[in-house]
Write a protein that binds this ligand. Structure first.
Ligand code: PBG
Length: 321
C-alpha cells in the first residue's frame, strides 16, 4: 500500500550518467576521491556506457579531459573536432542511436589556468580571476557547434557565465542545428562540493584562485531566481540546479518559478561523502543514495545527474527504490 500511494517515484529515464573521456587509448583510470568512478579513453568508455544503457539509462553527459600539453590560456582544445568529447559523441551515436547525449560545454578542463573561460589577465598571481567575457562567449559558440556536429542532442554550458546561453542559441540557429537543446547550469553555486570532480576532470583552478566571480554565493536565494530567469530569456530549454542536496530549497523554488524542466546535479562531493561513509560501515550505501535521489525528485527535479545512476537503475529495476 505504501507504494500504491507514494507521491514521488524515480524512473530510470530520470537519470543522467556522467562520463569522463580522455584523449588516450585503452585507458581506465580510477578516480581515488570518487570510488567506482573512472576516467576512460573514448574506446574503453564504450563498455561503461553499454553497461548502463542495458540497464535502461539513455542519457549521458560527457566531460572531456585533455593532457596538460594540450591546454592553453583560451582552452582551445574545447573546440577541437578531434577532441575526446566529439569522438565519444560520434561513437555513442553510432552504437546507441536511441541514446540522448549531453555535451558539457566548459573550458576549465582545457585551460592552463583551470578557469572556465578565456582570461583577460594572465597573471598567475591574480586572486580575483578576470574573465574576458567577449572572447569566452565566442569560444563557447565554437565549442557548441563542434559538439552539435558530432551528434550532441543537448549542449550544457557549465561555466555559469551570463550570455552563454544566448551565444550558443544564436550559433546553433545560424547553422543547421536549431533542433538541438540547451541545458544551462543556470543556478550553480561556488561550492566546495566540486572537489572530487576537479580530480576526475583535471580542472582545478590555479592555486590561490577560485570561481567566485562567476559562480553564486551559497547564502543567496533570490539571486538563483534571477539567474534562472536570465537563462530562460536567453533561450535555455532546461535548467540545472547544482549542487543537489544542500540546495533543495533552491531547487523547489526554481521549479516553481520557471516553466521549463529543471534538473538537479548530485555532485561529486555528495557522491564521495556517501561512498566514504558506506565504506566505513557508517551508512548503508543503497538506502542513503536512494533517499537522496528521492529527495531531489520530491524537491522538484525533472531529471537528476548522478554518478550513482547505474546502481540506481538496478535498484529501480528490482523495485527497491
Ligand atoms: C565545470 C563543472 C564542474 C562540475 C561540472 N562542470 C566543476 C566546477 O565548477 O569546478 C562539477 C560537478 C561535480 O562536482 O560533480 N565545468
Amino acid at each position: 500500500m505504501r507504494h500504491l500511494v507514494e507521491e514521488n517515484r524515480l524512473h530510470v529515464r530520470d537519470l543522467v550518467l556522467p562520463v569522463f573521456v580522455n584523449s588516450g587509448n585503452n585507458i581506465q583510470k580510477k578516480i581515488s576521491s570518487m570510488p567506482g568512478v573512472s576516467q576512460w579513453s573514448v574506446d574503453a568508455s564504450l563498455k561503461f556506457v553499454e553497461s548502463a544503457y542495458k540497464k535502461g539509462i539513455r542519457t549521458f553527459i560527457l566531460f572531456g579531459v585533455v593532457d596538460e600539453k594540450d591546454k592553453d590560456s583560451k582552452g582551445s582544445a574545447a573546440w577541437s573536432a578531434t577532441g575526446p568529447v566529439p569522438r565519444a559523441l560520434e561513437l555513442y551515436k553510432k552504437h546507441f542511436p536511441e541514446s540522448l547525449l549531453m555535451a558539457d560545454a566548459c573550458f576549465c578542463e582545457y585551460t592552463d589556468h583551470g578557469h572556465c573561460g578565456e582570461t583577460a589577465d594572465t597573471s598567475t598571481k591574480a586572486l580575483d580571476w578576470h574573465r574576458d567575457i567577449g572572447a569566452t562567449l565566442k569560444n563557447i559558440a565554437k565549442a557548441a557547434l563542434v559538439y552539435a556536429e558530432a551528434g550532441a542532442d543537448i549542449i550544457a554550458p557549465s561555466a555559469a557565465m551570463d550570455g552563454m546561453v544566448g551565444a550558443i542559441r544564436e550559433a546553433l540557429d545560424a547553422s543547421k542545428f536549431s533542433d538541438r537543446a540547451i541545458c544551462s547550469y543556470a543556478v550553480k553555486y561556488a561550492s566546495a562540493f566540486y572537489g572530487p570532480f576537479r580530480d576526475a576532470a583535471g580542472s582545478a583552478p590555479l592555486p590561490g584562485t577560485d570561481r567566485r566571480n562567476y559562480q553564486m554565493q551559497p547564502s543567496n536565494r533570490r539571486e538563483a531566481l534571477r539567474e534562472a530567469l536570465l537563462d530562460v530569456n536567453e533561450g535555455a530549454d532546461m535548467l540545472l540546479v547544482k549542487p543537489g542536496l544542500p540546495y533543495l530549497d533552491i531547487l523547489r523554488e526554481v521549479r516553481n518559478t520557471v516553466e521549463i524542466p529543471v534538473g538537479a546535479y548530485q555532485v561529486s562531493g555528495e557522491y564521495a561523502m556517501i561512498k566514504a561513509a558506506a565504506a566505513n560501515g557508517w551508512l548503508s550505501e543503497d538506502a542513503v543514495f536512494a533517499e537522496s535521489l528521492l529527495g531531489l525528485k520530491r524537491a522538484g527535479a525533472t531529471f537528476i545527474i548522478s554518478y550513482w545512476a547505474e546502481r540506481a537503475a538496478e535498484l529501480i529495476q528490482e523495485g527497491r527504490i
